[in-house]
Design a binder for this molecule. Structure first.
Ligand SMILES: C[S@@+](CC[C@H](N)C(=O)[O-])C[C@H]1O[C@@H](n2cnc3c(N)ncnc32)[C@H](O)[C@@H]1O
Length: 292
């Protein structure tokens, strides 16, 4: 399948290839049965509050203080599979603004996002604020984790070097099992695991059930309208296709892409594929960005 993907990317213009990817994800998603989406605990987020989080001068200066330590532990560069430098800052600033006590991350990989979230919790949330990070692979095993082939420290070692070990619990498990069985509840859930539309669709329904009241769900690799965000022209079709079905089946939920960051994300542009889910009960459902 990877061979077909690579061949398609080489032969077809990016725009055509992207449209085919979206179509394929829609077909895959159409084959699975519907989930119940209980949006009661999902908080409401406005573009204005999002912009305040990203442009706050006090949070920005905390970031500038912490960035030095983080880049000492992990290169501040676009590393295969990890979230890009500008998005690490966005995550840091969102956590600093929302001040969650309990965060769940699905998809640890090299721990780029883990480090940013944990650093922000330690600097900006209360002393007990904690991150649980879940991955289907043992990300700290040199034979299985991606860090070794990339010449990095393991996520556990990186956190230890940053003095953040006590802020993070690693779980090696498929997200669906973890979300189904955990009794913990989270103020913020970051979904960056399996990006296939059926997986994101199911995971989102489960994540809603694991939120504290007024909780937040943040998605990565969300390409509004299936359009490329970066100069390389690539898209990840799954999350936006899942969001399309979720919003069609639950009128209380909308997705708010972060759009342009106030700083560069990667490849010389400011775009980000981060998007927040928001509860639109009592708000203008047609305001803000919609997913088509
Ligand atoms: C894009 S990477 C995450 C990047 C990470 N947030 C970072 O910044 O370093 C996706 C990760 O999700 C994990 N994953 C894939 N399917 C999963 C599943 N069903 N449950 C849990 N983790 C999964 C993969 O093993 C991979 O490490």
């Amino acid at each position: 399948m990877n061979f077909l993907k690579q061949a398609g990317e080489i032969i077809l213009p990016r725009r055509v290839f992207g449209a085919l990817q979206i179509r394929r994800e829609r077909l895959r998603l159409a084959k699975i049965s519907g989930e119940a989406f209980d949006a009661e605990r999902l908080g409401t987020m406005t573009r204005r509050s999002l912009m305040q989080a990203l442009s706050s001068p006090s949070i920005s200066s905390e970031w500038l203080r912490d960035e030095g330590q983080l880049s000492h532990v992990m290169p501040f560069a676009d590393i295969d599979g990890g979230i890009c430098p500008g998005e690490r800052r966005a995550l840091y600033q969102l956590v600093a603004s929302f001040k969650p006590a309990r965060v769940l991350e699905i998809g640890t990989h090299i721990g780029a996002s883990t480090l940013a979230i944990a650093r922000s919790l330690a600097t900006n949330s209360g002393p007990g604020a904690h991150l649980t990070t879940v991955d289907i692979a043992d990300v700290n095993d040199p034979a299985l984790g991606a860090f070794a082939r990339l010449g990095l420290d393991s996520p556990r070692e990186s956190l230890a070097r940053a003095g953040l070990s006590d802020r993070v619990t690693f779980i090696t498990r498929p997200s669906s099992e973890f979300l189904r069985e955990t009794d913990d509840r989270f103020d913020l859930i970051f979904l960056d695991g399996d990006h296939a539309a059926p997986a994101v669709y199911r995971e989102f329904a489960q994540a809603l059930n694991c939120l504290t009241p007024n909780g937040t769900i943040l998605l990565h690799d969300f390409y509004p309208d299936g359009r490329p965000l970066y100069p390389n022209g690539a898209i990840e079709p799954g999350p936006v296709v899942a969001a399309e079905r979720i919003t069609a089946e639950c009128e209380d939920i909308r997705f708010l892409p972060l759009g342009e960051l106030p700083w560069e994300s990667k490849q010389g542009v400011r775009a980000t594929s981060l998007a927040l889910a928001t509860n639109c009960v009592g708000t203008d459902r047609h305001g803000g960005m919609q997913v088509h």
